[in-house]
Design a binder for this molecule. Structure first.
Ligand SMILES: [Zn+2]
Length: 106
């Protein structure tokens, strides 16, 4: 699902018509370029009641949690081993989300 589809769905859900500000969190692993997202957003809102709304993008780093020792750490690359115990069983905790943090409307 594209970002704008999520936004649209949320707006309908919350009955938002006149969007003023939108804050989203984009994970490192989503491969979504903030500039591209910004551009898409501007194109999308043009000519709609949302035109002129501000988009704020927060980038979420890739974080992992070790299954063995429960260490949570910043991953430099995908499937990195645990820095504490060198265990390879790591679960991704953040980095792949595409969330709407907040929505401001009048
Ligand atoms: Zn570990």
């Amino acid at each position: 699902m594209s970002m704008m589809e999520i936004v649209k769905e949320q707006m309908i859900k919350h009955g938002v018509k006149d969007l003023k500000r939108l804050k989203v969190r984009v994970g490192e692993l989503t491969a979504v370029e903030p500039e591209a997202l910004q551009f898409c957003f501007e194109v999308y809102v043009k000519g709609t009641p949302m035109e002129g709304a501000a988009l704020e993008i927060e980038e979420a780093p890739l974080m992992g949690r070790c299954v063995d020792c429960d260490e949570e750490f910043r991953m430099e690359y995908f499937l990195q081993a645990c820095p504490r115990c060198e265990g390879g069983a790591v679960t991704k905790t953040t980095g792949h989300e595409l969330d709407i943090v907040s929505m401001e409307a009048e």
